[in-house]
Design a protein around this ligand. Structure first.
Ligand SMILES: Cc1cc2nc3c(=O)[nH]c(=O)nc-3n(C[C@H](O)[C@H](O)[C@H](O)COP(=O)(O)O)c2cc1C
Length: 343
């Protein structure tokens, strides 16, 4: 059944992308909506209780918003490779006085059922997903509860699969994006396709409205993606240094630090491909890191938290898209309206 997208904002065709791990605060979501766009709470890594509290906080401001979840699509780690990686990381962990779970592999699903349950009991206008595609029954249940459903895709084939599962709209993510790739096949290298070309390819494959994301750093980037057929674009990295972003202080500083020479796609931090500022960790450990999510995420987590607390940017997962140098310290509304100022 075609669903009604008129509830979604069109005043500002630049939205705030979901960013788990701290950056996507309720204040950022609210600021995006008040600017005329839309923002997402990032449900990933959060406990259901925390997410519920954030939903209540944003809802109390009366704005239209979305919630993003990690849809299960596990990549079980090979136990030997996991242990070897833990051994390789041991000297870094020792330096930071943290213990790594070298003998315990954690393969959880980020409390998927509980978070879904929360969104069915307490529906929000829009629910997006990354990493996996929600089952058609899940899509239908969310729609019956009153939510629009937007899986993330990175290829036309993924778009087709998402459409067949009943999606209302799609987040189309190009490989320039900061943070984890939404790819459904993390073992396969990402094809280096520009966002407008990907949007155009997906638009010729499925008739759904598309939200384009990945590398939106200038008004021209927005114009190109909209011209290719996107309903709106979403910015992530461009918002990381804004006043409302909850990114850590070392992360915010590194994005503008000329000592960092660019970004790389790496699985070294979490066992799943993600784009980050190139640093000593990516240089040293990318060749050693196994594929395996969420096991590798849980393995390196204590080290990354300790490195963040110590401001040790050699070891932090400094998620960043290719346009990170253009991210400014400013109100989020200023970043979003600037990215929309192409007319
Ligand atoms: C720090 C960070 C965290 C992210 N977390 C999520 C997430 O939880 N869920 C998701 O669907 N995408 C996540 N992403 C990807 C963004 O939603 C978006 O696709 C990406 O930032 C767009 O590319 P850009 O960074 O070049 O703007 C994250 C990106 C960053 C930079």
């Amino acid at each position: 059944m075609p669903r009604d997208l008129t509830a979604l904002p069109t005043a500002l065709p630049v939205w705030a992308a979901p960013m788990a791990g701290g950056p996507s605060t309720p204040a950022l979501v609210r600021a995006a909506a008040l600017a005329g766009g839309l923002g997402f709470l990032a449900g990933g890594y959060r406990t259901p209780a925390d997410l519920s509290a954030q939903v209540a906080e944003v809802r109390s401001s009366g704005v239209v918003f979305g919630v993003n979840l990690f849809a299960p699509n596990p990549i079980p780690v090979a136990p030997d490779a996991y242990r070897a990686y833990a051994r390789a990381l041991r000297p870094e962990a020792d330096r930071h006085h943290v213990a790594l779970a070298a003998d315990t592999v954690t393969e959880d699903d980020d409390a998927w059922a509980d978070k879904l349950d929360l969104l069915l009991r307490d529906p929000v206008p829009l629910v997006s997903f990354t990493f996996g595609l929600p089952h058609p029954d899940t899509v239908r249940a969310l729609q019956d509860a009153g939510s629009l459903v937007a899986p993330s895709v990175t290829t036309p084939a993924e778009a087709l699969a998402a459409a067949e599962n009943g999606a209302d709209l799609l987040v189309v993510q190009a490989p320039a994006a900061g943070g984890h790739s939404a790819t459904l096949t993390p073992a396969r290298p990402l094809a280096p396709i520009p966002l407008p070309d990907l949007v155009s390819d997906v638009r010729h494959t499925v008739p759904l409205p598309l939200i384009a994301t990945g590398g939106i750093a200038t008004p021209a980037d927005t114009a190109d993606a909209l011209r290719a057929g996107a309903h709106a674009v979403m910015a992530g990295t461009a918002l990381l240094r804004t006043h409302e972003s909850g990114a850590s202080a070392p992360h915010k500083a590194a994005l503008a630090d000329p000592a960092f020479t660019g970004t790389v796609l790496t699985r070294a931090f979490t066992g799943r491909p993600a784009r980050a500022l190139r640093n000593r960790f990516t240089d040293t450990y990318e060749p050693l890191a196994p594929l395996g999510y969420p096991a590798v995420h849980h393995l390196t987590g204590p080290l990354r938290r300790a490195a963040t607390a110590a401001g040790d940017t050699d070891l932090i997962h400094l998620w960043a898209g290719t346009g990170h140098r253009l991210a400014r310290v400013e109100p989020a509304a200023d970043a979003l309206t600037r990215l929309a100022a192409f007319r």
